[in-house]
Ligand binder design. Structure first.
Ligand code: ZN
Length: 183
């Protein structure tokens, strides 16, 4: 039952606060494998913070419940959410699990945690930023100095480019890398 942080590292060109645009409705799309039979699920699975599903045999709920197509085991994934500034868990499905990447212009380098997920019976397989959100979801960020809000962002080949009218300069996010890190 690993708890894993989805971390991102990139070159931020004059933008900060990269985060999925739809809050609790933003859907992650991740390839997974079953930890019992080690079969990869045929398709990436989508799961979003606001979606709660009951677990069959145990009490409680998860954001994603999948029966492994090979061994039929019930596997699940749940976003870890905490009330801001406390160690207490906030109400699942209501609190946003996302932490904006590169909170300010001083913190644009290194690995940043986007979200933390509790996996039971499954493991995420490596993925890319292009395919990390479902088609109906997009990213948002804002100009580091100008505060210009960019919406409907999509990544292509791990890159995003736009123009900040207010700053009169090009903006970009390039060299995006993702990893799942044990926490
Ligand atoms: Zn399995």
């Amino acid at each position: 039952m690993p708890t894993l942080a989805l971390q991102l590292q990139a070159d931020f060109g004059q933008v900060v606060q990269l985060v999925p645009a739809d809050g609790v409705e933003a859907s992650l799309l991740i390839p997974i494998e079953c930890t019992s039979c080690h079969e990869a699920h045929p398709n990436p699975v989508a799961f979003e913070p606001s979606n709660l599903t009951d677990l069959q045999k145990s009490r409680g709920t998860a954001n994603l419940v999948v029966n492994c197509p090979s061994c039929r085991r019930e596997n699940s994934a749940t976003f870890v959410v905490r009330k801001p500034g406390s160690r207490e868990e906030a109400a699942l499905g209501e609190a946003s699990p996302w932490t904006p990447i590169a909170p300010d212009a001083e913190h644009t380098t290194g690995w940043h945690t986007l979200c933390t997920v509790d996996f039971r019976g499954m493991n995420p397989i490596d993925t890319s930023i292009d395919a990390l959100l479902t088609e109906s979801s997009s990213w948002t960020c804002c100009g580091a100095e100008s505060g210009t809000i960019f919406t409907d962002m999509q990544f292509d080949d791990g890159e995003w480019h736009d123009y900040d009218d207010k700053a009169g300069d090009e903006v970009s996010i390039t060299e995006v890398q993702l990893r799942w890190q044990k926490v």
